[in-house]
Structure formats: C-alpha cells, structure tokens
Design a protein around this ligand. Sequence first.
Ligand code: UTP
Length: 283
Amino acid sequence: MKAVIPAAGFGTRFLPATKAQPKEMLPVYDKPTIQYVIEEAVASGIDDIIIVTGRNKRSIEDHFDKSFELEQTLQSAGKDDRLRQVRAITDLADICYVRQKEQKGLGDAIYCAKKHINDQPFAVMLGDSITKGPVPCTKQLIDVFDKYESSAISLERVPKEKVERYGIIKGVEVEKDIYKIDKLVEKPLMHQAPSNLAIMGRYVLTPDIFDKIDETEPGVGGEIQLTDALSKLDAIYGNTFEGKTYDIGNRLEWLKTSIEFAMDDPESKDNLIQYMKEIVDGE
Ligand code: UTP
C-alpha cells in the first residue's frame, strides 16, 4: 500500500511562522512534524510515500534527502550517534513528490496523487497531524479496511463546542469502536452536528475516491473538501482510534504537543517539570 501525505496548505492559522516555511516542517520537540508522520507510515507497513507539496516546500525535500557535507562533517568530528540519526532519515522510506499548483483544498491535494496510485487502495495521512497509540493509527485503519473491505477513516470524540473545526460523522456502531458511516459533514455548526465523532486526519481509501473528488464542487471555504467526496462513497467505516491525535496546525496545540513529547524523553522530563513549576509559581 502507498501513502499520500498532503503538505501543500498555506498554514494560515500558524502565520507568521509559516510564511516562508511549511508547517509540516515545524519541529515538535526534536523532529519536524512530517517525520513523525512518515515514521507512522513505516510502522504501519508502508514505505512507498507520495508527498503533495506546494510553494515554499523545498525544505521537506531537503530534509529527507542525503546531505553529503553534513554527513562528512559529523563523520570527521566523530559524532557517530548524530551521523546515524541523519542517515536514518534518508533511509526511512521511498518518497516521491507531486505538486499541487493551487491550494484548492484537501480533496484537490489528494487528487494530485491520482496518477501514482495505480487504482489500488491507499492511505492518506495529513502532514500536519501526529498520532500516538499502542498500535499506529494507520495500521489500525488498515485492519478495519481489510476486515470490512471498505474505506476506513480514523475518528475521535471531541467536545461539542469544538465540532465546528472538524469533519463530523453520523454512524452506527457495528462493533466496539467501529462505525458504519451514514453521513459526513465538514465543519458543521454546533447545533447541526450529527454527533461529536470527528475525522482525525488518517484514512485508508479505495481508489474510486478519485472519481468522487472529481465530482465534488467546492464546499466550506470555497475548497474541494475530502469530506464531501467521502460522503459519495458506497461504504465507509470509522474507527475511534485507540490513542491520541495532535493537530499541530494550531499554535497552542503545537506547543502542548511539543511539551508532551519532551515529557516522554527521560533526559528532558525532570528539567522541564522544574521549569514549568517555576513559571507557574511566578504567575
Ligand atoms: P489544513 O486545512 O489543516 O491546512 O489541511 P491549511 O489549509 O494549510 O491550514 P490553515 O487552515 O490555512 O491554517 C490539512 C492538511 O492538508 C494539506 C495541509 O498542508 C495540511 O497538511 N492541504 C490543505 C493541502 O495539501 N492542500 C490544500 O489545498 C489544503
């Protein structure tokens, strides 16, 4: 299976940080966000990856490319650990890039990868969201896809007052944590939302989604919405992901994610707790 990672958006919620650099390259603790996404793909058994890029996205390509000068410098300095880290990034996966010429929405970004998918099921992983769980989120979806032989998307319950930020589904629970979806709505008003089950940025899709995107008119925000195209599929299942999804396209969530990931590192944890206590006590 291949994975498509859309990373061509303007990232307007995170300006000015994203004026000249993609939000997918913003570091979360010690790695760019998109590296976590690719590591999740690899951990889910996918190493054939298509990244959809746009303007100002060169740094993504550079990050996963070989850097001879850097490797030589690290080697001469005897920094073997760092050298191993840098080489591992290049060897992570086979990555190719397609360009979305105009930022016409997530559905349009996925459509740009059509020629590379060869009529096979494929995963979509948003380049600005990271997941953490006992089994990688995309792997959980592949299992649902295999069992129900239908497209599958990851879901998480969100507080009612936040439904307006997400695609929201209506569905029937067919087994624990798995829903057969009847309806999907992009960014509904709170009182019109059919539930509080939100689409969280990971999908495993049948290739007929491309025809459905082609038939989709611009929706919320004048963009070609993937959610609207998903509504046209014959069958689609949702999986409430056992784990947590982090949306780093929003600056406060990005900051919280960085702190949470730093807390997972025993080298930083105690210092960070001490520092946060000092800040809170000083308030
Ligand atoms: P978002 O809607 O979160 O990204 O899309 P955005 O449009 O960059 O964000 P804001 O609202 O302006 O801050 C989710 C993912 O889809 C990609 C983004 O790069 C992000 O990884 N995307 C979005 C595209 O590749 N192309 C688009 O036209 C829109």
